[in-house]
Design a protein around this ligand. Structure first.
Ligand code: GAF
Length: 390
């Protein structure tokens, strides 16, 4: 019932086959991959210097390729929604001048990573990208591509950076070449995620604490609304600048430093929208800390309640949910054995994440499918990953 996804070896085999087809039967010299993520709680807190609690997924982006002797780059990618693979060719500037973003837009992730690579200049190369992370599904398809590409460049020409600096370089690529002023969460967990654990990330100090999720009685279910989201529109940047404005009115460096008392005292100096955005962030940072503690203790009921509070706050205060995500959460919460459910990622479509008892998985999926009145076509895709039943 739950849709399956290709394993890393299957993805690599597909990428190697495509490389041979495109490049006259050649075999690539290297293969790397990086995961997408699901965020359990802590949404729109990372660019406010707060806490987040994501985990890496067994959905990954794979890059295979080889160095060439010219300063030219060819990258080919195969996506589910196109019959033919997409291809881009460009030359690397020899004089250290910038590599500006351009068309096609998917290649900007590659160009951005080259631009911010910590050991320039990079040699020319040919590469093929394949991915099992759904595009625009809120599971960090772009961060997994950036991190996979950064890792590929490290194989061509090692840099001297640590893992955090890899995440930071990839975040810069997203800012300058994809036009999304994102926080650090997605790139950080794609680089530093650990199997069988969520990661409590302090987005100010960039310290991370692994939180074990090793309970065989627990399942994490990801449900794709199939409403495609794009964060490069104005809504995400607008949320970020509202938060910065609120912090500045409160006299704080960031909303991480603000309390609800500070917010209430400043209420008459904030317009209603700015107040609600700031309230979400301040409360969500606190919820994330509580949720991580609950998870450590195995207090799943408490964790689930915090997930639902988070969803309601994203829906009502931050206004980044949509009807389909709200319906998926409501349907999941009607099933006995479900602890909690919420939208995950930037919002405006994408996926929900649900925490539930392992024995309730079949009836939860059935119930969500039967109660789905959102977009009838396509139907939501459900992923109950056995590899997440830890
Ligand atoms: C997107 C961004 F890329 C993240 O940095 C984060 O802000 C998230 O939305 C919302 O929590 O995934």
């Amino acid at each position: 019932m739950a849709s399956s996804f290709p394993s890393v070896p299957e993805l690599v085999a597909g990428a190697v086959r495509l490389f041979g087809q495109v490049f006259g039967g050649e075999a690539p010299h290297m293969a790397v991959c990086a995961p997408g993520r699901v965020n359990l709680i802590g949404e729109h807190t990372d660019y406010n210097q707060g806490f987040v609690l994501p985990m890496a997924l067994p959905l990954v982006t794979v890059v295979v390729g080889s160095q060439t002797s010219s300063p030219d780059v060819t990258v080919v990618t195969a996506t589910e929604d196109a019959d033919e693979p997409h291809r881009v060719d460009f030359s690397l500037p020899g004089d250290g001048s910038p590599l500006p973003p351009g068309s096609p837009s998917w290649a900007n992730y590659v160009k951005g990573v080259i631009q911010h690579y910590r050991a320039p200049p990079v040699p020319g190369f040919r590469a093929v990208i394949v991915s099992s992370v759904p595009l625009g599904g809120g599971l960090s398809s772009s961060a997994s591509l950036e991190v996979a590409f950064y890792t590929f460049l490290q194989q061509l020409k090692p840099d001297d950076g640590d893992k955090v600096s890899t995440a930071v370089a990839c975040q810069k690529a997203e800012h300058t070449h994809a036009g999304v002023p994102c926080g650090i969460m997605d790139q950080f967990v794609s680089v530093l995620g650990r199997e069988g654990h969520a990661l409590l990330i302090d987005c100010r100090s960039l310290e991370a604490t692994p939180v074990p999720l090793a309970d065989p009685g627990l399942v994490i279910l990801i449900t794709n609304s199939n409403v495609k989201h794009s964060l490069s529109g104005s809504e995400y940047p607008m949320r970020r600048s509202r938060c910065e404005e609120a912090a500045s009115i409160l006299g704080k460096d960031s909303l991480r430093d603000a309390t609800i008392k500070d917010l209430e005292e400043a209420r008459d100096r904030l317009d209603d929208v700015t107040y609600r955005r700031a309230r979400h962030v301040i409360e969500e940072i606190e919820r994330t800390i509580q949720a991580a503690e609950a998870l450590k203790k195995g207090a799943y009921k408490e964790f689930g309640e915090l997930m639902v509070e988070s969803h309601n706050s994203l829906r009502d205060l931050y206004e980044v949910s949509c009807r389909e995500l709200d319906e998926l959460v409501s349907a999941a919460m009607e099933v006995k054995g479900v602890f909690g459910s919420r939208m995950t990622g930037g919002g405006f479509g994408g996926c929900t994440v649900t925490l539930l008892q392992a024995h309730a998985i079949d009836r939860t999926i059935l119930h969500i499918q039967h109660s789905w009145t959102g977009q009838r076509d396509p139907r939501p895709q459900l992923r109950a990953s056995q590899s997440l039943c830890l």
